[in-house]
Write a protein that binds this ligand. Sequence first.
Ligand SMILES: Nc1nc2c(ncn2[C@@H]2O[C@H](COP(=O)(O)OP(=O)(O)OP(=O)(O)O)[C@@H](O)[C@H]2O)c(=O)[nH]1
Ligand SMILES: [Mg+2]
Length: 250
Amino acid sequence: MTESVPLDAGPVRSGLVIVPTYNERENVARIIEMTLEQDARLSILIVDDGSPDGTGAIVDAIAATNERVHVLHRAKKLGLGTAYLAGFKWALGREFECVFEMDADFSHDPGHLPEFLRAIETTDLVLGSRYRNGKVTVVNWPIARLMLSYAANVYARSVTGLQLYDATGGFKCFRRRVLETIDLDDVRSNGYAFQIEVSFRAWKKGFRIEEIPIVFTDRTEGESKMSKHIVREAIWMVWRLRWWSLTGRV
Ligand SMILES: Nc1nc2c(ncn2[C@@H]2O[C@H](COP(=O)(O)OP(=O)(O)OP(=O)(O)O)[C@@H](O)[C@H]2O)c(=O)[nH]1
Ligand SMILES: [Mg+2]
């Protein structure tokens, strides 16, 4: 059985959009600007892993003149999952009522942020879904990548039991309480599996999850950080989640 937790409801007063970056020089200034113009309640935290292309310095310059812009510098490329975990802890040390995950490369359109802010009023975790209601809202992906992503979701659903259209997506909004409740120090995965693991843990704690449709567009600037290792991690991780669930660890 899942344990029940008290629920928050109603509009949030403040939100933090966490954006991990590694070599996103062409995107970072514009993603910050477009994020902040969506809603006055939003601030942004860039978690940069010492990008060799100077992304971190660009953000420092913006942060120096805008108090809604924050930056966490890490020494080297340590992976998406640990970047988000560092960002979550940073957010929990402050007063944000909700926390977003969003990519820097415009695959996640900041124009969807107001829809997330509305949806979070009546739920605990909002997921941006590319595959809701039998529709595929992905623009410009090669067919092979789309099939891999879609199959990964069918696979993750059947192994973990987590009934989501899109469990591997990384455009999300958490009520603060979700991040306070799940055991962040116990999260293991770092790539696509990170997205599944965090949603799985939230579901197991009894939180409400809602998927809203988003249009996902392939990056036009900068380079991909997707690797075979990240795919392999996801294949194994879903079985581990199932095991943890059976043994009562999550
Ligand atoms: N801080 C940090 N950010 C990362 C790391 N790996 C990826 N990112 C960022 O995480 C986001 C998602 O990574 P992407 O490279 O776009 O991954 P993807 O969307 O699967 O691949 P693309 O199809 O190329 O877009 C981007 O904002 C990256 O800059 C990392 O190791 N550390
Ligand atoms: Mg991307």
